[in-house]
Design a protein around this ligand. Structure first.
Ligand code: UN1
Length: 482
């Protein structure tokens, strides 16, 4: 009965399947009749065991040899990169990202581990003279302890990697809970980690629901820090819980990222940047451009060609190499997207192309939707959709475009397409987003530099690169009389 059923990883082993657990079926959004994997769901009791195992392992792991940590992280990165084709196909099957993008994501995951393998050897502190004679001061970084990692469905391997790798690098133990929509990539990652030589308890993975398993991890007094990527609503709840019990917290949430196209833009660049940023990954990225702000001189030609390019996008099975845009992740997200499209129509925007469900194999295929005559008050322009739905706003000049770009509760990524140095510089300097892109899509970031935004998009220290140290370590100041 329990043959072929996968499970969580706790205290150095995959949990034995008893047979009475709830079963989670992971289905392919390109063809929902296909079951990718079956999982025995963890419950709150198992989540507590995982936290306790991590806590047990934490004291020794905190003082482990950095060369050992570097080697472990490097082995994990190497295996991910060696198996990139297979892992990318798995990712495409469970999440719907096309293989080309899935390969990019898998590479990013592997390289994150390799980056932090190197960082493990760079744990320098500072030495400073005291204002008191004969006293020396050391400022050092120490691991936080047990870190709870809660990751979303839209990057099934890269986001777990860029949280788990720095957590381990800086000497923390991990309790990782992936989104239930994408357990297979998480399981594959846990399997690779399980063979990397880590001591039991240092890394744990729980496949189970947020409301029991995630909740237990977040509230557990032995979990000292929580790193979360997901919706703004869940992020706010997590922040409240973390602050109440004074745990460290790092949140990456929504976006409503603007892309400005100015009259002086190279139109080919503008089209590529707009199409990639808005519709690739089916628009299911917190960094997606979902507001296109276009000045009036270029507007007629740009919009006409954007409509052509949007219509030409091939929506289909994520495994088909001819597909540009895979399915929406599940039926629920498709409902959300369609509801937004309805609201756009009801509020008077003009749907110039797309927005129709494509019926094929029961997959959740949605034609990328392009709205014109959008007003800044409309829901489609203000709220994060997380789907292939793009709103275009016409403005007179750069000043109006800049003001429109800033008019949002979010602040993750913001882009501009221009050949004007003056406007590019002004935008980089003055945009209140955490990441600014000039002549590049708002989505698709590097793995070795800080990632994060402001206002409703992010909370707490930045992720990725050397900046991840801020969240995954705590500072100690030691004084000594010599
Ligand atoms: C990217 O655009 O390359 O959930 C990364 C998200 C982000 C990651 C985006 N945390 O979409």
């Amino acid at each position: 009965m329990s043959v072929g059923i996968k499970s969580s990883f706790v205290n150095g082993q995959f949990v034995e399947v008893r047979g009475d657990e709830q079963i989670l079926e992971n289905r392919n959004p390109s063809n929902p009749s296909e079951v990718v994997d079956r999982f025995a769901r963890a419950d709150a009791a198992l989540a507590s065991l995982a936290v306790e195992a991590a806590h047990e392992a934490a004291v020794e792991w905190a003082v482990s040899n950095p060369q050992f940590r570097a080697d472990v992280l490097d082995r994990i990165g190497t295996e991910i990169l060696e198996r990139r084709e297979e892992l990318a196909r798995l990712l495409a099957r469970e999440e719907g990202k096309v293989v080309r993008e899935a390969l990019g994501e898998v590479d990013r995951a592997g390289r994150s581990f390799k980056f932090y393998a190197q960082e493990a050897l760079r744990t320098a502190g500072e030495k400073i003279d005291s204002v008191r004679p004969g006293v020396g001061i050391d400022i050092t970084r120490q691991p936080v302890g047990v870190v709870g990692i809660i990751s979303p469905w839209n990057f099934p391997i890269a986001i777990p990697a860029w949280k788990i790798a720095p957590a381990l690098c800086f000497g923390n133990c991990v309790v990782f809970k992936p989104a239930e929509l994408v357990p297979s990539s998480a399981w594959a990652l846990a399997d690779i980690i399980s063979r990397s030589g880590l001591p039991a308890g240092v890394f744990n993975m729980l496949i189970g629901p947020g409301r029991s398993v995630g909740d237990t991890v977040m509230r557990h007094p032995l979990v000292q820090a929580i790193s979360f990527t997901g919706s703004e609503q869940t992020g706010r709840q997590i922040a409240a819980i973390a602050v109440e019990r004074m745990a460290k917290v790092q949140l990456e949430m929504g976006g409503k990222n603007p892309l400005i196209v100015l009259d002086d833009a190279d139109i080919e660049v503008a089209l590529d940047v707009a199409i990639q940023g808005s519709f690739f990954s089916t628009g299911q990225r917190c960094t997606a451009s979902s507001r296109l702000i276009v000045t009036e001189g270029i507007y007629p030609e740009f919009v006409a060609r954007l409509v052509e390019r949007t219509r030409a996008l091939k929506v289909g099975d994520a495994l088909d190499p001819k597909t540009d845009i895979g399915p929406v992740v599940d039926a629920k997200q498709l409902e959300v997207d369609l509801d937004f499209i309805q609201s756009g129509l009801a509020e008077g925007a003009t749907l110039v192309c797309g927005g129709e469900v494509i019926v094929r194999e029961g997959g959740y295929f949605l034609e990328p939707a392009l709205f014109l005559d959008v007003k800044p008050t409309m829901r489609i322009y203000r709220e994060e959709i997380f789907g292939p739905v793009l709103s275009v706003l016409k403005v007179r000049n750069y000043e109006e475009a800049f003001a429109a770009a800033e008019d949002t509760q979010f602040g993750l990524s913001a882009g501009i397409v221009t050949t004007s140095l003056k406007h590019a510089e002004h935008f980089k300097r003055n945009s209140s987003a955490g990441m600014v892109m000039v002549n590049l899509p708002t989505a698709g970031v590097d793995y070795h530099v800080p990632f994060g935004g402001n206002r409703g998009s992010s909370y707490g220290p930045r992720e990725q690169g050397t900046y991840a140290r801020e969240f995954f370590t705590k500072v100690k100041t030691s004084y000594q009389l010599s």
